[in-house]
Design a protein around this ligand. Structure first.
Ligand SMILES: Nc1nc2c(ncn2[C@@H]2O[C@H](COP(=O)(O)OP(=O)(O)O)[C@@H](O)[C@H]2O)c(=O)[nH]1
Ligand SMILES: Nc1ncnc2c1ncn2[C@@H]1O[C@H](COP(=O)(O)OP(=O)(O)O)[C@@H](O)[C@H]1O
Length: 202
């Protein structure tokens, strides 16, 4: 992982708003947990990231990600449309769009981010007190590998890349406000719901 990423200064003017930042190694269960929370807590709005990877399975542009070509992604970097962006895997760019944050806050919603560990730390440094950052940990690297294999959406090479990155990401867990172990999914969901409800009320 590089150590800086690319981040933008405050861009929201006087708009009040909060955000929830989720990071985890690929396969730890972020997407599953975030989808659970979005169903349970109506005041949340998922920040649809931009990505230059290919859609997988039933993923749709504008729903799971805004899928762009590398050229389209770079054009948006030039236009300063991102809060933060990174080349997460070689030639696979991912970034948080300012428009997603502004859209949520204008509608009095709390923004939910699903980003890698460096992106999570960068978003925390941008949003500070108005944010909460949560790192989701898998029970072990072995279990992580099993989950990625069972998900069946990546080639063996892509799984290897994700596992190589997982070790680096887990080393950043202590930089987050909370660390959540996703062993039993039901327990993890119940625990995270309490943390989020508490954050929303304060
Ligand atoms: N920095 C950053 N990372 C992102 C963003 N969107 C997604 N990611 C991360 O990019 C990585 C790859 O995502 P994806 O290809 O969907 O794989 P998955 O995590 O295996 O489902 C994950 O760690 C995501 O959390 C973003 O906007 N910014
Ligand atoms: N606690 C859990 N126990 C077993 N399998 C899980 C658990 N949490 C998530 N999964 C499964 O693991 C795979 C990876 O989860 P996903 O939410 O796609 O991870 P991420 O978004 O972090 O890459 C999915 O197939 C999901 O159904």
């Amino acid at each position: 992982m590089n150590t800086s990423g690319h981040i933008e200064k405050p861009f929201w003017g006087d708009l009040p708003g909060k955000c929830i930042i989720f990071s985890a190694p690929s396969g730890a269960g972020k997407t599953t947990i975030v989808k659970y929370l979005l169903r349970q807590i109506p005041n949340l709005s998922f920040s649809i990231s931009a990505a230059s990877r290919q859609p997988r399975g039933k993923e749709e542009s504008g729903v799971d990600y805004h899928f762009f070509t590398v050229a389209q992604f770079k054009e948006r970097i030039e236009k300063k449309e991102f809060v933060e962006w990174e080349e997460v895997y070689t030639n696979n760019f991912y970034g948080t769009l300012k428009s997603e944050v502004l859209k949520a806050w204008k509608n009095n919603k709390i923004v939910v981010f699903d980003v890698d560990a460096l992106g999570g730390k960068n978003l925390k440094s941008i949003f500070g007190e108005r944010s909460i950052s949560i790192f989701i940990k898998p029970p072990s690297l072995f279990v992580l590998e099993q989950r990625l294999k069972n998900r069946g959406t990546e080639t063996p090479e892509q799984i290897k890349m994700r596992l190589d990155k997982a070790n680096e990401e887990i080393a950043h867990a202590d930089d987050f406000d909370y660390t959540l172990l996703n062993d039993n999914l039901e327990h993890a969901c119940a625990e995270i719901k309490v943390i989020i409800q508490d954050f929303i009320q304060t």
